[in-house]
Design a protein. Structure first.
Length: 255
């Protein structure tokens, strides 16, 4: 599978793009950074979006995507998320006050997007890709995902603190090629990571003891202004004798 990293940081700022991964040119994982990284032509190729949770840095560009592609889509965009995330999104964003409810525009029968509720442990197809949500532990209901195709699997933790579920799925995944895991704060800010239910390099190093598969490991979700510190701490983490990689260093991966 082809993976384009449109953004993978824990916020927006100069040199930082909030999280969005584009799979095979047509499926987005989260919607933190879209329009500034792809053309309108590419945006119109997107058929599905799978959301991890309702925090703004993971939803921020979705309203602008729908605005930019308004009435140019041949089929409505399919938005997949848990009931909790869909409810928050529709109540607080697409409420005709903060932003128009594009699911009913231009008419209720031909809206710009449709909602699709997902549940942890159930697999959902999007073309040649399969997405399986995984419950993780964050300050709001959140899922990670196992993403797979005929060639292999990738596990994405989403925003989370230390948790067992991601590693249980990863250890049982067929042809696991890579894991992408939360690393948001430096070790010196462990108390903030714990309160916000994210991870530090020390957490990631400890969590990787649970991963029994030799695969590539990437970290994401560096908070704004902390990249240089976190890159230095990331370089010291090893998995099967190989250094853990910083996802923001890459624009595209083939998994």
């Amino acid at each position: 599978m082809k993976l384009r990293i449109l953004g993978c940081d824990g916020g927006r700022g100069l040199g930082y793009n909030s999280t969005t991964l584009l799979f095979n040119d047509h499926v987005l994982l989260d919607a933190g950074t879209i329009q500034s990284e792809i053309t309108l032509e590419d945006a119109l190729k997107v058929t599905d979006i799978f959301l991890t949770h309702a925090h703004l840095d993971h939803l921020l560009d979705l309203p602008f995507l729908l605005d930019a592609t308004f009435e140019q889509r041949r089929q409505p965009l399919r938005i997949h998320a848990t009931k909790e995330t869909l409810d928050v999104m529709m109540t607080h964003i697409f409420n005709d006050q903060i932003w128009p409810n594009f699911s009913k525009l231009p008419t209720a029968d031909s809206g710009q997007f449709t909602l699709h509720e997902i549940k942890s442990g159930v697999s959902y197809k999007a073309g040649e890709l399969t997405f399986m949500p995984i419950d993780v532990d964050h300050t709001v209901p959140t899922v990670g995902y196992k993403i797979s195709d005929a060639n292999g699997s990738l596990v994405f933790s989403g925003d989370t603190c230390p948790v067992d579920s991601i590693w249980e799925v990863a250890n049982n995944a067929e042809n696991l090629e890579a894991v992408i895991v939360d690393l948001s704060f430096p070790i010196s800010e462990q108390h903030i990571a714990t309160l916000s239910k994210h991870m530090t390099a020390a957490d990631v190093e400890d969590q990787l003891k649970k991963l029994k598969v030799d695969c590539d490991v990437y970290v994401f979700h560096y908070k704004v202004g902390l990249a240089s510190i976190l890159e230095g701490q990331t370089k010291k983490i090893m998995h099967f004798g190989k250094p853990v990689k910083t996802l923001r260093k890459y624009k595209e991966l083939i998994i």
